[in-house]
Write a protein that binds this ligand. Sequence first.
Ligand code: S2G
Ligand code: ZN
Length: 455
Amino acid sequence: MIEALHEILSADRVATDDDALQNWGRDWTRNFPVAPSAVVFPERIEEVQALVRLANREGLALVPSGGRTGLSGAAVASNGEVVVSFDRMNRILDFNPADRLVRCQPGVVTANLQAFAEEQGLYYPVDFASAGSSQIGGNISTNAGGIKVIRYGMTRAWVAGLKVVTGTGELIDCNRGLMKNATGYDLRHLMIGAEGTLGLIVEAEMRLAEAPQPQRVMVLGVEQFPDILKVLERFQRHISLSAFEFFSDLALEKVRAHRDLRAPLATPSRFYALVEFDESALDLATEAFEATVEAGWVADAVLSQSEAQARDLWQLREGISESISGYTPYKNDLSVKVAALPGFLQEVDALVSESYPDYEVCWYGHIGDGNLHLNILRPAEMSVAAFHEFGHDISPGIFELVQRYDGSISAEHGVGLVKRDFLSYSRSDAEIALMRGIKAVFDPNNILNPGKILA
Ligand code: S2G
Ligand code: ZN
């Protein structure tokens, strides 16, 4: 198989040493075996097509790999697969100012696209903590969300065109960056969020947004969980927010232990809401804040007085994931409609506190999008394997609740391996059968990331 790979790629672009296999054979998950047979680094679309044709001929499985910041195991290779890394397809190809489109290769790091957009006086509005290492191809394959979704939507909203190599080695050019194109099924949207199981993204045309106005950040202390939603409603009544996040006192404690950051308020609070809005809405935000104090939902708040302070306040939220990663937390990334949040939060809080009283549970997330990150922290004395088995056993309880609220068991982190066995809590049998049919059409020999999303 290695010789066959060398017929396609020069030797320096085929790695089989253990360091490479361990490094490129996984994403951020730590509870799956990492055992690819090789890692390859294509530089051109034709090489990706040749790899897919080879995989079909030899019955090889290919696992696409980008920034490896995924949280669902979608980029893990545990069964001798060949990892296709897009690290060397990392160029911004061109910029079209009239359509505000950037044509880029899949290996472009998200932060580099954000910086490129700023250089053009524009803005790439999908942002999250791992943007410094995640890649555009992976962001598209998982339809990455992050902290600005409430105003700008998910990655899906910014993909204008996609070149994809399908499971048979066909190169398809989806939508070609057109704003309008009413010519049948939009295959671009099948590829977005498909986690590399329907095709390998080899080029993307990303739309850019107008540069945002100067922003202000407010962090408010909230004592009662359900009051967070009343605060959301009061702010949203007159303001188009650019972010509405929340985190618990435990999350704050972990971030401050991990990073040298001051507490946001003089008096500690059980929960914190982080609100971001255009500076021009400051009076309305101040009014909303006063109303939340009068209503007794909020005791205190801090308003950013500088960019630096705004960044520090954001760190309290964006630093959570990295600060708790040492606990290899059992992550839940749940979503329900915003209208369903009050009842859902009440019930999931009761369920979590009665089911696992002796575990530390970190609550945080993009509550303005109805998205809750509920992370159960691994006790020091418990092994990762035992802890993830525990997580797997308690999930049905949480997912039954999500199902009852017509929610999603994976709001933004994807399915991969981690949520695969629970898919039916959020997708019907009919839908799963249709998804299998689509998989068979695009990847008839099941060589593209087999076992991810669909067992
Ligand atoms: C967040 C980041 C990934 C994680 O902080 O919003 O989506 O660790 C997360 O949960
Ligand atoms: Zn998130």
